[in-house]
Design a binder for this molecule. Structure first.
Ligand code: MGP
Length: 237
């Protein structure tokens, strides 16, 4: 493990399966997919495991956004940093002048900050503890013309898998409409990370005007992990 610091209350670095709660054992067995540097002392809260983007997916999303974003947009705002998987990939991409990462759970934010240290990218990230909608309105407004906003929101827990088509109107605690409406007031360049089973008709109805919004599935080992919708002037060609 890196450093000598012990994890704070409710934060863990599990080293043996025997200590891992039963409901996250499936995720723990994928720990090197989630964080290739897991053994260097990655920290997670028990709830954070469910929402971590696997590192190869986070890296690919970071590459895609960097490649396709308008060149004047050099700030990346990560609205739901969680334990830092996406934030770290954005910082590692080297594309952004600054990555702003928001997380409202103090223990989870501490994990993200620690994990960014493990990956050696802390100096590229500014952290905010708080509700993303409040932080964006109160502290990031002026960055809007230079920003791309990425959001990997909670989907209401792993129960999302029980529906063959996921109803984005019932996503908890924030519906697709809430997320899209709030974020597009800040910047037109918004990327949402959503369930692979998301209702595509509901997604399509959020796309206004003539400019198409690409939807990309991110797959690993023969299965889709999740999809992203890219709103705004992203050029993939
Ligand atoms: P999964 O369906 O829970 O796992 O999550 P997996 O490994 O596909 O399960 P399997 O048993 O079917 O193989 C799939 C992906 O969705 C993971 O990579 C997580 O990053 C992401 N994910 C899962 N949940 C519950 C959330 C969530 O609530 N929010 C976000 N943003 N991502 C999630």
């Amino acid at each position: 493990m890196s450093g000598e610091e012990d994890p704070p209350l409710d934060v863990h670095h599990y080293e043996h399966r025997g200590k891992v709660p039963w409901d996250i054992q499936n995720y723990w067995s994928q720990r090197y997919d989630l964080f290739s540097k897991y053994d260097d002392g990655v920290w997670l809260t028990d709830d954070a495991w469910f929402g971590v983007t696997p590192e190869p997916v986070a890296t690919k999303i970071a590459d895609d956004i960097a490649r396709a974003a308008p060149p004047e947009r050099k700030i990346l705002v990560d609205a739901f940093a969680g334990a830092g998987g996406n934030t770290i990939a954005f910082a590692l991409s080297g594309h952004w002048k600054r990555v702003y990462a928001i997380e409202k759970n103090p223990a989870v934010l501490r994990c993200a900050q620690h994990n960014a240290e493990v990956y050696g990218v802390s100096d590229k990230i500014t952290w905010f503890l708080g509700d993303c909608f409040d932080v964006i309105k109160s502290q990031l407004k002026d960055l809007a013309p230079y920003s791309v906003l990425f959001a990997s929101p909670p989907w209401g827990g792993p129960g999302y898998r029980s529906a063959s088509v996921f109803d984005l109107r019932t996503m908890e605690p924030y519906s697709l409409t809430t997320l899209y409406t709030e974020y597009s007031m800040f910047t037109p360049h918004v990327v949402l990370y959503l369930p692979r089973t998301s209702d595509l008709n509901q997604l399509a109805r959020t796309v206004k005007g003539d400019r198409p919004a690409p939807v990309m599935h991110y797959c690993m080992r023969g299965a889709s992990k999740a999809l992203c919708i890219f709103y705004g002037n992203f050029q993939f060609s």
